[in-house]
Design a binder for this molecule. Structure first.
Ligand code: HSE
Length: 373
């Protein structure tokens, strides 16, 4: 479809910056008139994409917003709730691409993850859907890694045990994690430097620091460095957290199977990684599928997933947040049949939650809309 004008909101935040960087790297905005909006710095210089200098427009200027063919926002759910209904009421018929969760489960929105649900996206476009929302990062990374099994409808039920990075909480959370690490390092330095000092005094010093009132915990509420937090987002009625519920609710919506959902249960845990989410899966297959067929299906499902051999050297080299960070790779490893029986499969995956977990599906739906007849 003809996209002459796109408005970008929330491009300065963490997800927005990664998204803009990716869009510029891929030339997504070439030939499209781009307006940058701001909620706080209206009138200041906007990024120059080669069309000459321009200024930031007001993200609440409905007359300006309604001139856009596409609005791409990483501004957050409150902005979506304030702006989108009013734009639609005023008759705006453009396409809304959004990183926030506010509209994900609405009937007039498709959650986008095209390597997994291109058919659902195409059906939505044909049906006149104009709201395209990026999925929860953990859910998108889970679906990309297991795309080959979902595609063949081999999963009867599954659990996801997650190990989620600080970035999922936001930029300030990442800083706080590093500040916690720095304080632990700095204030135990003399014990660490002296190998003769024994491990117990060093351990006692760390425990003391973790409990100290000056330990920086404004964002997480408790220490994350040298610890973990088995709670992400708000409580749901069933005893799970919203983050855990999303794997089931959003996961099945992305797959277009709300009428026949696959039971998915999770325990979501924050750990001290920077920007890669990891997940361990226990999968009940619909029947006993040979392991080599499973491995081939996993490996070949899309251009980003890659099977990692189930040995120590490959796992350490390829299946850690440190190895994956900043890349679009979706390695899946530790794949094996479980002792529970031949229909039970274990696997482990890692993915960058700012790339495939947030920015990439959004820039790709922009391209899909642009290339659509
Ligand atoms: N909710 C996710 C997390 C990130 O807290 O890690 C955004 O999808």
């Amino acid at each position: 479809m003809q996209i002459e004008r796109v408005g970008i909101v929330g491009w300065r935040g963490m997800v927005g910056s990664v998204l803009l960087e990716r869009m510029l790297a891929e030339g997504d905005l070439a030939g499209v008139g781009t307006t940058f909006y701001s909620t706080s710095q209206v009138g200041q210089s906007a990024p120059d994409l080669g069309a000459g200098p321009s200024t930031l427009e007001d993200a609440y200027d409905f007359a300006s917003l309604s001139k856009q063919d596409v609005i791409l926002t990483c501004q957050g759910g409150d902005y979506t709730k304030q702006v989108l209904p009013r734009l639609r009421e005023q008759g705006w018929a453009g396409h809304w691409i959004d990183a926030a969760s506010a509209k994900r489960m609405d009937e007039d929105a498709v959650i986008v993850l095209d390597p997994v649900n291109r058919e659902v996206i195409d059906r939505g476009i044909e049906a006149g859907i104009r709201n395209f929302i990026g999925g929860n990062c953990t859910v998108s990374l889970m679906l990309l890694s297991l795309g080959g099994l979902f595609e063949a409808d081999l999963i009867e039920w599954m659990t996801c045990m997650t190990y989620q990075a600080a970035s999922g909480g936001g930029a300030r959370h990442m800083r706080e994690l590093v500040a916690q690490m720095a304080m632990l390092g700095q204030q135990s330095g003399s014990l660490l430097a002296d190998p003769e000092s024994g491990i117990l005094p060093l351990d006692a010093r760390i425990s003391e620091l973790l409990a100290h009132e000056d330990f920086p915990t404004d964002q997480f509420g408790v220490p994350l460095a040298a610890s973990l937090i088995p709670w992400i987002d708000s409580a749901m009625e069933a005893g799970d957290t919203r983050e855990e519920w999303k794997a089931f609710a959003e996961g099945n919506k992305i797959l277009g199977r709300q009428d026949d959902p696959i039971p998915i249960d999770s325990v979501c845990v924050r750990i001290g990684a920077m920007r890669c989410h990891s997940q361990a899966f226990t999968i009940k297959l619909r029947h006993d599928v040979p392991i080599d067929e499973i491995e081939t299906r996993l490996d070949e499902a899309n251009d980003w997933v890659r099977l990692v051999r189930n040995d120590k050297a490959s796992t350490l080299a390829e299946l850690t947040p440190a190895a994956v960070t900043g890349t679009l790779d979706i390695p899946i490893g530790r794949v094996r049949k479980l002792r529970l029986g031949p229909e039970y499969l274990g696997a482990f995956t890692v993915g960058d939650q700012l790339l495939w977990g947030a920015a990439e599906p959004l820039r790709r739906i922009f391209r899909i809309l642009r290339d659509h007849d």
